[in-house]
Design a protein around this ligand. Structure first.
Ligand code: GAP
Length: 478
């Protein structure tokens, strides 16, 4: 469903307890440690854009790789594509986005700043779900809602969220294109190509990871609501009579994925979206919401898009994109337009949910610490390798040797760290969520007595043979 059409309910759940000012602390940690920076920061930023730093890229890639493995590589019924971001404008007319991909907007009559009408209503305790534009407009007037700057507001209007551009040297009606607002349409327009190349049997899915763009009126909550986002989407094609069973299976797979990346189950909520709030293409939608530090909000979605999109493209393009099922015995049922179920995941929201879920404050060894209890599957750095003392060449050489060996097994996920004393190194690694720290000491080199492996969450240490390290680390990848 179109996320922007839904107002999220406020956090109420006991499980949503976070350390005080968790969001501010998380944003600061993200910047300090190189997870996420403000977009175009040295020029004062660009609202709704964020840049991922070295550790952010690593975390994001781990999420994407796990997703791709689970939903594409490990399945026989899934095909991957990577479609262009710019598409023929007819795609967006046929899909209904030119006419209807809009948010309710209201303008501050003095400053001319624009705000989401549904957000303003939420702030005065009104749940705007399912309301028409006219109903929102009437309520804003009736309740005397003012802009956040205290000024009077104009009428509620629709605001199309697609970024418009022109392709080529001429700027006229024919050269108009849009930055795609969802990756899904890149899949629908390639449905026939994939069928012609691979002749997949029903049911099957096409998956894609990529950028999407939405000119959100009110980007907010760090990377939660942004203007340039990344989606991981599957369009899963089925016979119409199969949809309910497959919908339930895909919902279970979505939840299993959230578990695999280490999200706190107690913070996850299933929301069956009421008819009035479903996107125009959906006949049934289930959103998965998550208790973020700023409230319970949409994390991902699942929609039964019926044959809406394939039919719309067939009609608008004039190309027959129906499916012919050779194995069907009933001749009447052999050719048909498949129905579609769409599991959709926002990468940035998963990233933020993972970090929020993992952020912890405790006392370890009488000292307060803040750390990220990231699952070893997604942690940007899986293991840090250190010599006990940096001025002892025999320790440094051995630590370097182990580091090189582990790097071959876990490319990009091993860090060599000999800065400061051991205690400081542990704290630094805890803060970025590194699950394991390995220390090479004199017993390692003089007695061949293995290394110490220190566990992030408990601070406990164990002695492990150098040969045993790889298998322990592999096991952690589950
Ligand atoms: N193809 C269906 C579709 O795009 P959607 O609910 O509008 O549905 C899917 O978006 C997912 O994309 C959402 O569940 C959310 O995770 C993410 N998303 C949507 N708008 C976003 C935004 N402005 N910023 C960050 N993530 C967003």
């Amino acid at each position: 469903m179109t996320e922007s059409n839904v107002a999220s309910s406020a956090a109420s759940n006991e499980s949503a307890k976070y350390p005080e000012n968790a969001m501010e602390k998380l944003i600061s940690l993200c910047k300090r440690k190189g997870f996420v920076y403000q977009g175009s920061e040295i020029y004062g930023g660009l609202a709704g854009t964020w840049d991922y730093g070295p550790l952010g890229v690593a975390l994001k890639q781990n999420i994407q790789n796990l997703w791709w493995k689970k939903f594409v590589l490990d399945r026989e019924d899934m095909y991957g594509v990577d479609a262009a971001i710019l598409m023929n404008q007819e795609v967006w007319k046929a899909s209904g986005h030119v006419a209807g991909f809009a948010d309710p907007l209201v303008e501050d009559l003095k400053t001319k700043k624009r705000f989401r009408a549904d957000h303003l209503l939420e702030e005065v305790g009104v749940d705007p779900r399912g309301m028409t534009l006219e109903q929102m407009d009437a309520l804003i007037k009736e309740k005397g809602v003012k802009s956040p700057d205290g000024n009077a507001l104009g009428d509620v209007r629709q605001f199309n969220m697609m970024f418009k551009t022109n392709v080529g040297a001429t700027q006229d009606e024919n050269s108009i294109s849009y930055l795609r607002p969802e990756t899904a349409q890149g899949i629908f327009v390639n449905f026939k190509n994939v069928v012609d190349s691979f002749h997949p049997k029903m049911p099957f899915g096409i998956a894609q990871i990529g950028k999407a763009f939405r000119n959100e009126i009110a980007p907010r909550d760090f990377i939660f609501r942004v203007r340039e986002l990344e989606q991981m989407e599957i369009e899963y094609f089925v016979r119409p009579e199969q949809w309910e069973e497959i919908f339930e299976n895909l919902y279970a797979e979505q939840l299993a994925f959230l578990d695999e990346i280490g999200l706190d189950k107690a913070k996850i909520h299933k929301i069956v979206v009421p008819a009035a709030d479903r996107a125009h293409y959906s006949k049934h939608s289930v959103d998965t919401e998550f208790d973020f530090p700023f409230g319970q909000k949409e994390l991902l979605g699942l929609a039964y898009r019926t044959d809406f999109d394939l039919n719309a493209h067939m009609k608008a393009s004039g190309v027959d994109i129906s499916y012919f099922d050779e194995s069907e015995t009933d001749p009447e049922k052999r050719r048909f337009v498949p129905h579609c179920i769409e599991p959709t995941f926002g990468v940035g929201r998963l990233f933020l949910a993972i970090l929020s879920s993992a952020y912890r404050e405790d006392n370890l060894g009488e000292e307060p610490r803040a750390y990220l209890a990231l699952s070893p599957r997604v942690a940007p750095i899986l293991v840090a390798v250190s010599p006990l003392l940096k001025n002892k060449p025999q320790l440094v050489d051995k630590a370097r040797e182990i580091y090189s060996k582990l790097r071959k097994e876990f490319p990009g996920r091993v860090m060599f760290d000999d800065n400061g004393n051991i205690g400081k190194r542990y704290r630094r690694q805890d803060e970025i969520g590194t699950p394991f720290c390995i220390v090479v000491d004199f017993d390692t080199v003089e007695k061949d007595a293995g290394v110490t492996v220190r566990h992030r969450d408990t601070g406990e240490q164990e002695r492990v043979s150098v040969e045993g390290l790889v298998s322990i680390l592999k096991k952690s990848q589950g």
